[in-house]
Design a protein around this ligand. Structure first.
Ligand code: TXA
Ligand code: MG
Length: 315
């Protein structure tokens, strides 16, 4: 059910959960002041309680009162990338943020999103806790219709158009005197070079001591079995590929856009994965003849995760 910004503001104030657009993906929002509403987010998504949520704020200034310490280059990163698809994990003053939102961790993740509507809401409503607006484990939502598909036609969501980035924010965490990437996203490692003077390493998640708990879970997966192929020419089933390539044997092609434009592919990826289920596709071959650098690294990571569920193969 589409609602206005004013309705969203009232619902949030009254302790409800609403769907909101951001430039990355749609989010399920609750006020940071309403632990009950935050608990309801975990219930709605079917999200494990040890997977913390990102706190969205109107400006970097709004983070300072929560932070225990401010790591080096925080202000440089904020000035360069906010509002935008960057999330920073900081040590926090524990009693200022409900434990349920941060899964009991001594840190919290913060982001200043770029979408005009959510900027307006944050200015009026204060900080909002907000995971991606999809059922846990499923592809993220990049349109209001995707949110309604997952949570029902009566679920309140603000219509904000198609997300321009289509990929979640990149998450940086301060460790051993450097920032490292704990989740790849709309910003690539190389994008940080001019600001930090180095490209942060992408942290490989460890089960015992995860730096970003969400990375351990099954993610982004449609019901369809996905098979990743770097050479797809001989396959005759359903293909997920590109507008500028030919798949002479394919039974049907779902297009991710132009193979020369990572931004376009990122923007369309979740919608295409969702389309596979809408059309009842049981198995699809994914054309992975794509680069590994820049934003393509994020696309690789998402495709590997989406295809790595029990019933899928990673070729
Ligand atoms: O673009 C985005 O980041 C979107 C939009 C809605 O802002 N949000 C999003 O939220 O992707 P979610 O909940 O789907 O993913 C949040 C990730 C999870 O992997 C979680 O483990 C990690 O952030 N995270 C949250 N708090 C953390 C913390 N204190 N330390 C490490 N990782 C944290
Ligand atoms: Mg998510």
């Amino acid at each position: 059910m589409r609602i206005t910004l004013e309705q969203a503001q009232k619902l949030l104030k009254a302790g409800n959960v609403v769907g909101l657009p951001t430039e990355t993906v749609y989010g399920l929002a609750a006020s940071i002041r309403c632990p009950k509403a935050i608990a309801h987010i975990f219930f709605l998504k079917g999200r494990p309680s040890n997977n913390p949520l990102i706190i969205h704020v109107a400006s970097a200034q709004d983070i300072l009162s929560y932070a225990l310490t401010i790591p080096d280059d925080f202000h440089k990163l904020a000035a360069a990338f906010w509002p935008g698809p960057l999330t920073l994990v900081l040590p926090i003053i524990a009693d200022k943020i409900p434990a349920i939102a941060r899964a009991g961790l001594p840190t919290a993740a913060f982001r200043v999103p770029a979408h005009d509507y959510i900027q307006k809401l944050l200015t009026h409503s204060g900080p909002l806790v907000m995971p991606s607006a999809n059922l846990s484990g499923k592809p993220s939502a990049t349109s209001a219709a995707h949110v309604e598909n997952d949570f029902g036609q009566d679920f309140p969501v603000v219509e904000g158009g198609q997300c321009t980035r289509g990929m979640e924010s990149t998450i940086l965490l301060w460790k051993d005197d450097r920032w490292c990437i704990v989740r790849l996203g709309a910003l690539a490692s190389i994008d940080f070079q001019p600001v930090l003077g180095y490209s942060p390493v992408v942290h490989e998640e460890e089960i015992d001591t995860p730096l970003c708990p969400g990375q351990l879970y099954r993610h982004y997966a449609p019901k369809a079995k996905l098979v990743l192929k770097e050479n797809i020419s001989g396959y005759d089933g359903v293909v997920v590929g590109f507008d500028d390539r030919h798949y002479p044997h394919a039974e049907r092609v779902f297009s991710l856009g132009n193979s020369q434009c990572a931004e376009e592919v990122a923007q369309r990826l979740y919608a295409v994965l969702r389309d596979l289920d809408t059309y009842g596709v049981k198995k699809a071959y994914i054309d992975m003849n794509i680069p590994h650098d820049g934003l393509w690294a994020t696309i690789w990571e998402r495709m590997k995760k989406a295809s790595s569920c029990a019933e899928s193969n990673l070729a």
